[in-house]
Design a protein around this ligand. Structure first.
Ligand code: ATP
Length: 251
């Protein structure tokens, strides 16, 4: 069985006095795709954002319990920039920086000290190839990234995340702003990337979870209701609320 990447123990998350996650216990294993699912407001994004400490930036947010990344308590990590290189986030709405396609990808590399032009060029190309975008942009690397289509922008954001050689890709509803063709491209890409990276995705779409995830985590009102192999849970949910969610009665 593959190695545990994240171990979440007795996790509670609060926005001021509102408890958004209650006693979540979960292990996420290396590689493959884990989908976090559940009705609106159940805590999916909160859980995902906890994994790279993005909620730290929210005034009034607090957390109890432990999140271990490869055995290390992430709240004891001193170098957050380095941690977020290893555990990187792609958001719902594509958010290219207002700069060229090339510079979007080179940005993180430069922050991490890569300055030599030939290495930058090589790594930018590699990241764009991994994100299945190279052929579409190789002749316009100096063009502003905002001129790309929504789907291309999202693949650019994935390329930007990949450029700094992360171990984990966190994605918060990465296709909800995209049309079906762009969604299919991103899903194929994530399946490909999951052979090499640990991918954790928040999705509203049961179809998407079924198509691409190996494991599913089902949350309801801040609690983890059940988790395990996607096909097994979809075929035979153990809990009534999962059944109701799967049959569209809640959500
Ligand atoms: N910045 C915030 N300040 C205060 N409350 C928040 C904040 N972000 C989320 N919440 C609350 O925490 C709970 C969980 O929110 P979260 O965004 O994690 O749910 P979600 O399952 O991702 O929802 P959705 O599917 O609608 O995106 C909700 O009740 C929400 O209102």
């Amino acid at each position: 069985m593959s190695e545990v990447v994240f171990e979440i123990k007795n996790l509670y998350a609060f926005y001021n006095d509102h408890c958004a996650l209650q006693n979540v216990n979960l292990k996420i294993r290396e590689k493959g795709i884990t989908a976090i699912m559940g009705p609106s407001g159940c805590g999916k994004s909160t859980l995902l954002r906890c994994l790279n400490r993005l909620n730290d930036l929210i005034v009034g947010f607090s957390l109890k319990g432990q999140i271990l990344f490869r055995g290390q308590d992430i709240y004891r990590i001193k170098d957050l920039t380095e941690y977020r290189r290893r555990v990187t986030m792609v958001f719902q709405k594509p958010n290219p920086f207002p700069m060229s396609i090339f510079d979007n990808i080179a940005y993180g590399l430069r922050i991490h000290g890569v300055t030599k032009k030939s290495i930058l060029r090589e790594k930018v190309e590699q990241a764009l190839r991994m994100a299945a975008l190279w052929d579409e942009v190789k002749d316009k690397l100096k063009k502003p990234a905002v001129q790309l289509s929504g789907g291309q922008q999202q693949r650019l954001c994935i390329a930007r995340a990949l450029a700094v050689e992360p171990e984990v890709l966190l994605l918060d509803e990465p296709t909800s702003a995209l049309d079906p063709i762009a969604t299919t491209k991103i899903e194929r890409l994530l399946e490909e990337l999951a052979q090499q990276y640990t991918v954790v995705i928040v999705t509203h779409s049961m179809g998407q979870a079924l198509r691409i995830s190996d494991e599913v985590v089902f949350l309801y009102e801040g609690r983890l209701i059940e988790n395990g192999e996607t096909s097994a849970i979809v075929k035979m949910p153990r809990h009534e609320v999962t059944k109701q969610f799967l049959t569209g009665k809640i959500g």
